[in-house]
Write a protein that binds this ligand. Sequence first.
Ligand code: SUG
Length: 444
Amino acid sequence: MKQFEANFDGLVGPTHNYAGLSFGNVASYSNAAQASNPKAAAKQGLLKAKALADLGMVQGVLAPQERPDLYTLRRIGFSGTDSEVIQKAAEQAPALLNACCSASSMWTANAATVSPSADTRDGKVHFTPANLVDKLHRSIEPLTTGSILKATFNNDRYFKHHLHLPEHANFGDEGAANHTRLCSDYGKAGVELFVYGQSATNPNAPKPKNFPARQTLEASQAVARLHQLEDESCVFMQQNPDVIDQGVFHNDVISVGNQNVLFYHEQAFLNTEAKFAEIRQKMNSEVHFIKVSTDQVSIDDAVKSYLFNTQIITLPNGEMAIIAPTNCQENPAVFAYLNQLVTLGTPITQVKYFDVKQSMQNGGGPACLRLRVAMNELEIEAVNQHTIMNDNLFTRLNTWVDKHYRDSLTVADLADPQLIIESRTSLDELTQILKLGSVYQFQK
Ligand code: SUG
């Protein structure tokens, strides 16, 4: 049976804005209070997704969440009509209103951790939504994420959906951004590499000094248990706390893997050699570890360009391509490195650049915008087919964005009561296009 790795990109929601909500994420902080362009952001995302579909990849989309999140605003004591709730929050607690308006569900690498059926004991594809407890604006995502995943992967025979982990810092979980699957072939059992920022229950373990470590070892272990993974096919590796303190808030800002390739910066991890030996032993087949040294690309350049927040994809002809943000072209050291990389004789033979600057300005590159789901043909057939990208869906989604999205949004605009009406109208239409059913129901 044929095996694929599908990418499910998050559609950018109509409230995409720059509110500086993510301490430790350099781009989010440095672009705070700039005007955003939700329409351009959504279209940049659609172009990338469509280009991957045109390359012969299985490409899907995941719906955004309803924002402003009136359910949360009411839960924390703002009452009255919808517009009164928004007005009171804007006057009394603007920071809380901002947190309830973020379109951050677009970064679907943080939606969930996914284990393909080839790795799990019950032979199902497992999904655990990330609890995202480290950031208030993201901690309100997981319940709706779970609904959207169930409506997209809506077949109990093939897909197993778990509840997100307990909402406590000990179980801080950021999903697939800290999870990489290495394998010889998508359909064969692989090694699931969980990269964590800190161990919550060991006070003596290394941890960053300035910025938060969003992923704990305990969360990664819990996900591995839930997903019925064998110990012999899991590796738990710690991120280097020094790079977290330089703005590497997720592992996918400093390393990325695909099949038998792990592309990483030499400063990415702790105990690198010992852990790579464990990966080699558990893989039992060849692994290409492609190391980028500090001399070639500094951590600062890696964080600014998002060299490692690229997608490595296997094209239908078996070659691998890197899907990079145009920011990599604009950074001389990174561009020189990528030009050289494709000549080194590794499986990576080409680089394709995409402008995703609207997302990049909030710290989200190409890899943040997608959730990877390796599936066989039967599993792909069991996915909600209305979410799969093709010419027709691309046209419909572009028309939908043109109709509903603004081309400028400032933080001050978040107090506009019209925004929730626009958001609901657009999402009502989207749920019909994607045939999702009532995924936002509990938020009402
Ligand atoms: O969680 N930015 C997101 C970016 C997530 C990137 N994801 C991965 N690396 N996989 C975050 O920090 C910024 C929102 C704001 O400031 O308005 C934000 O949430």
